[in-house]
Ligand binder design. Sequence first.
Ligand code: ZN
Length: 446
Amino acid sequence: MKRVCVLLFSLHALTATAAWQAGVAQADITPTEPVPLAGYGGKTRMSQRVEHPIWLKALALKDDSGATSVLVTADLVGLSDKMVAIIAKAALEKHGIPRERLILNTSHNHSCPVTEDVLWLYYEFTPEEAAVKDRYTAMVYTKYEEVIGAAIANLAPAELAFDQGLAGVAVNRRRSRGPESRAFGGQVDQDVPVIAVKTGKGIKAIVFGYSCHTTALGGLSISGDYAGFAQLELEKSFPGSIAMFVQNCGGDANPLPRIRGKDAEATELASMYGKILAEAVRQTINTKMPPLIGPVHAAMGETELLLQPGIPFEELQQRLPNLSGMPRREFEHFIRQYETLGSLPDRVKYPIQVWRIGPDFQFIALTGETVVDYSLKFKAAYGWNTTWVCGYNNDLTSYIPSLRVLKEGGYEGVTGMFEYGHRAPYTETVEERITTKVEELMKQTK
Ligand SMILES: [Zn+2]
């Protein structure tokens, strides 16, 4: 009797894992000329060196239902609505990937080129700098299309497994900003979720995530910051593999300590953070990881995040002459909105995706700079060891505070909103609206 049970279990495991086909590909998006660097406001930073290449990487998963789902990761600071629309349209028309089966994550890299209209209020470019940005963006669009196509073309039988390690690189940055902020809690999520994709030849792809800004660096080099170093390190450890970094809910976390103004030392530190993260992934892969079985049930929906009232038109006009730099560009943007739309938009659309993989694993993909509370909340609700929550998908949108962060005030919930072109902070319904939509999508994928 015992022997029969063992046999049945083995057969089940075999049919379950043999059903996957996986394909992985990468496309080099390292700029070939000096470019304006993304992510920080202030004086334009033109790149002077390439520390290591930056990449788009795609994992295509075809399950036994015949559906193909594609995750693309990028060493970019973010995408805009326009960029997402262009990339998704090409993925559908050229490769037949429906929107709900395409997840576009960016590492939030601050050592990459500026693209299209991402964080457009941050920068003031000369016509030449703007032309460089446009040339680079055009290349990035082509590479997205290519990398998705290449991953699909590489589909081959594979086995998937999931588990997570831990790494202590992230520090809650609200707690670390001077004595007045020490009153804030220091919540971080130090889980390092890992999906390993294996074929008969060994590890083919490693998808790993972490909740922490890629801001160990702020100099004039192109690189993938600590996440780029971690990917390089893993590809060295597992020859022939492609390592893909997913930014999770690092809206309020920084890699700390950091060094500013001394590029060589800062780079060494970023490299060390990458090695720590890679070690967490290595240890996870080298233990027995539970298999991840298909199919992928994909759902996508949208909620609206409501904004508090903005500054009246007259007040904007009165205050404008006293402003310069980014605050001036923000006010000009709001005045333009009054003039063209008649009012300031009172809400922001907020897409959410859920991939339920097999009976009990969920990959919840949120939009924008989500703070850590969302990762902790949904893992508590749906299973600490069976749930992966990531932000930084779709349009970079804004910081996405939890109710706690919104009430605490500060950059991530309140003062950072103008930088994204939004009239005011979100209302106190923000977390509830996101939670309700996630719950709805979770039900849809059952
Ligand atoms: Zn950020």
